[in-house]
Design a protein around this ligand. Structure first.
Ligand code: DP6
Length: 349
């Protein structure tokens, strides 16, 4: 017999960024962060997990290619989920698995991303969130989404925020064992559904410095990061929560853009400096800033993760249409500066 579960998880984009760990093994951050979960139809991971007595070892395939599960992050997620596994019964198949059996059974995992892996489009976020969620369902784990988020966090920090739709906060927590470092939903996907997300894929190539090694170097060398984590982000988190609560786009846009720019400033303050944005990214920032300034109130927010791709959040459909017209004007379809556009609504997850 084989038992199988399939799950789909969207990626998320941070509007107040996570950058820097206080514990590398448990993946505990130096500050809280807030994100928007995308529409699962656009950027998501689909993962099927299966279990059978005939499986000899745990194995995983990513986009059809087998990958190693020996890394500490996969092992932490598998261990934490197995530790919480419960009895499972499938009467149709005549299968009965007791809690204790799970430690002896092996799983096969097949995962697909519908977007470029590691191009700064947070593929690890959707990937680990989906893996933990699917394994949790297969093994009848009773933990709620927040408790599962603390497990997904050990796969990749940003993954903990993909267990929820809408607006999500990753609380950094205080405990040394990481038990209180988890995600909570601030508002569901219906709360602010005017927003439209447009992603300008500046480059679909794999980034040069991974988030993991980049943030390690920042923690070791940047004084600006310490100032950001202690003095700036705590206040910004409160302001962002209020902006989201009140659907205040002017504040939301100002905070999102400023925080993205500060994250990239912190990367520049790292030794040796890390450059994630390129000339095209900088041009997109100028286009957005100029447009926002020419209107009575801001029409778009921009944010860039560990790569050159722009995530643009338009205040409504009308603004999204105007934004795309502007982008097409500056970057016509045959231009070498952009690989593609991805247009999506905020999560309906
Ligand atoms: C810039 O979650 O990919 O996207 O925890 O080492 O796996 P690890 O890093 P990761 O870092 C994401 C960094 C970011 C900002 C964010 O998503 O908050």
């Amino acid at each position: 017999w084989v038992l199988m579960v399939t799950a789909q998880t969207p990626t998320n984009i941070a509007v107040i960024k996570y950058w820097g760990k206080r514990d590398e093994t448990l993946i505990l951050p130096v500050n809280d962060s807030i994100s928007v979960t995308l529409d699962p139809n656009h950027l998501c991971t689909t993962t099927t997990v299966s279990v059978s007595p005939s499986f000899q070892q745990d194995r995983m395939w990513l986009n059809g290619k087998e990958i190693s599960l020996s890394g500490g992050r996969f092992q932490s997620c598998l261990r934490e989920i197995r530790a919480r596994a419960c009895d499972v019964e499938d009467s149709k198949k005549g299968v009965k698995i007791s809690k204790e059996d799970w430690s002896k059974l092996h799983v096969h995992i097949a995962s697909y991303n519908n977007f470029p892996t590691a191009a700064g489009l947070a593929s690890s976020a959707a990937g680990f969130a989906c893996l933990v969620y699917a394994l949790g369902k297969l093994m009848n784990v009773k933990e709620d989404e927040s408790q599962l988020s603390a497990i997904a966090r050990q796969g990749s920090g940003s993954a903990c925020r993909s267990l929820f739709g809408g607006f999500v906060k990753w609380i950094m927590g205080k405990e040394e064992n990481g038990s209180d470092s988890l995600a909570v939903q601030l508002a569901d996907e219906k709360h602010w559904d005017d927003l439209v997300i447009v992603i300008a894929v500046v480059s679909s190539r794999q980034k040069e410095t991974s988030s993991t090694s980049g943030m390690r170097e920042t923690v070791e060398t940047s004084l600006l990061l310490q100032h950001r984590a202690k003095e700036i982000v705590p206040k910004r988190i409160l302001q962002m929560e209020e902006a989201i609560r009140n659907r205040d786009f002017a504040s939301f846009s100002q905070l999102t853009c400023t925080d993205s720019n500060q994250f990239h400033a912190v990367c520049l303050d790292t030794s040796p400096p890390i450059f994630y944005m390129n000339d095209t990214s900088h041009r997109i920032i100028s286009i957005a800033e100029k447009w926002n300034r020419s209107e009575e109130s801001p029409q778009v927010a921009y944010t860039f993760d560990a790569g050159p791709n722009a995530v643009l959040i338009a205040r409504n459909r009308k603004a999204a249409t105007l934004l795309i017209q502007r982008l097409l004007y500056y970057f016509p379809p045959n231009s070498d500066d952009l690989d593609s556009y991805i247009i999506g609504d905020k999560s309906l997850a």
